[in-house]
Write a protein that binds this ligand. Sequence first.
Ligand SMILES: C[C@H](O)CC(=O)C(=O)O
Ligand SMILES: [Mn+2]
Length: 343
Amino acid sequence: MKRAITITEVALRDGSHAIAHQYTTEQVAAIAKALDEANVPYIEVSHGDGLGGSSLQYGLSRTDEFELIETAVAVCRQAKIAVLLLPGIGTVKELKQAARLGAKMARIATHVTEADISAQHIAAAKELGMETVGFLMMAHMAPIDVLVHQAQLMESYGADVVYVVDSAGALLPYEVKERVRALKESIGIEVGFHAHNNLSLAMANTLAAIEEGATRVDGSVRCLGAGAGNTQTEVLVAVLDRMGIPTGIDLYKMMDLAEQLVAPMLPKAQEITRDSLTLGYAGVYSSFLLHAQRAAQTFGLDARDILIELGRRKVVGGQEDMIVDVAAEMARQKVAVWEGEWK
Ligand SMILES: C[C@H](O)CC(=O)C(=O)O
Ligand SMILES: [Mn+2]
């Protein structure tokens, strides 16, 4: 099967953020099986924040992620199961367990300036015989020369692919092009791109990345990813087919599973709302969306104000506890203003 572009389907990992990590074994079995039958080459399965993410800080999983990984491996005949790991949240112990259960790809994710913390995990994944991807998150936050250096570090640790990850859905197409072009010129391994649709640019940005030579891209069926979701896989397959770029994925099967399996399980349709738009506008990690909405409700605030303030403070993944801190501080300030007005 010829694939000019290799798509990794991330709804069973990134989509976990959108449903507060509530996947059931039955849902994962049905979706992974259908994706496999549609000939999707890689299916990522983990807690939204990667292996070991189930916690009060990031959100507790309804089902143990290893049970979900094992289930997905069991129902797939050709697709390889990928796992995400953020060093510090997940450890080599969890990586080994995922490999034992049959995961074949490890995506090691760090903030865009912190590739150095991935050395051990990339090496461990390679030793376990896994295809290994370096995943540079919040790529909009670093100048291009820094991104290039971080990608070179991941390559030197043994990564097979390095991804530019637009975690906030904040990048504009020309910024994606600059980044992918710079990586293509300075590293010798494949370059990938992961988008979020908060500014309605996921498809345009993915195509911009491909135009500059990215050969690995991510999609989520029915846009089931954090924030406004990722590049919609079934749409991407159709667009690439129109461009004469083979993905090896069966378009009708992809459309059918989106419509018949994924859409009915969504608590609400994935769309760009005022809050998810604010993520892209303010450059905030997409997985902060539900946390910020909950904090807004608790403290009687507008989630957009919290997100704008988090963007101003340049809060990054792993600092989820800051969401409540910032909201509490904003609520205190609001009360102080009211009290001042009553004096
Ligand atoms: C842990 C994050 O959700 C990883 C990711 O998909 C992103 O940064 O985007
Ligand atoms: Mn993502």
